[in-house]
Design a protein around this ligand. Structure first.
Ligand SMILES: CC(C)(COP(=O)(O)OP(=O)(O)OC[C@H]1O[C@@H](n2cnc3c(N)ncnc32)[C@H](O)[C@@H]1OP(=O)(O)O)[C@@H](O)C(=O)NCCC(=O)NCCS
Length: 148
């Protein structure tokens, strides 16, 4: 059992929640790691899209760890959190948790760090806009330059 606290018990909402199906298995009958990576990438992309308010692409995946296998019938939830915002890129920590079909036990199965880049219609990097509700470049500064 994982020692980390289950995000569902902490009230977090997963970006992706799906059932591991027989079609997603490797030749040994366990869930194929590539399928799980795809779910995590979708979770990262969804959260990054919201934060960047538009199209994003995955540029890098680091520190990927597979902690435990996923089995057919497990309910898989992927949680993504923005941990860094650069000029055009965002870094997200993504965890996947499996709720075992038979026992209901929740196990952290994978985690990784995804870097996404906000892009325009032509696929070129664009600046990540300020967070909604945060002050703009001049607003909120006590001594912002005044126009004559
Ligand atoms: C993502 C892409 C648009 C970036 O283009 P680029 O010309 O390399 O752009 P830049 O060099 O200006 O880098 C853009 C940002 O990505 C970051 N970045 C680029 N390569 C990176 C890497 N390997 N790891 C982490 N960050 C990286 C840069 O630091 C920069 O971040 P910042 O603006 O916050 O400082 C381009 O590489 C691309 O289209 N890649 C393919 C993406 C894709 O198809 N993904 C799906 C794969 S199936």
């Amino acid at each position: 059992m994982s020692v980390a606290e289950s995000p569902s018990r902490a009230g977090r909402v997963p970006a992706v929640r799906t059932l591991a199906m027989p079609a997603d298995t490797n030749p040994s009958g366990d869930i194929f790691g590539g399928w799980l990576l795809a779910q995590m990438d979708i979770a990262a992309g969804t959260v990054a899209h919201d934060r960047a308010r538009g199209r994003v692409v995955t540029v890098a995946l680091d520190a990927m760890a597979f902690h435990a296998p996923v089995f057919v019938g497990d309910l898989v939830s992927c949680y993504a959190e923005v941990v860094r915002v650069g000029r055009t890129s965002l870094t997200l920590h993504v965890e996947a948790w499996a709720r075992r079909g038979r026992t209901g036990e929740e196990v952290r199965v994978t985690e990784g760090r995804f870097t996404m880049v906000a892009v325009d219609r032509e696929g070129r990097p664009r600046p990540v806009p300020p967070e909604e509700g945060s002050p703009g470049p001049a607003e909120g500064r006590p001594h912002a330059p005044q126009r004559p």
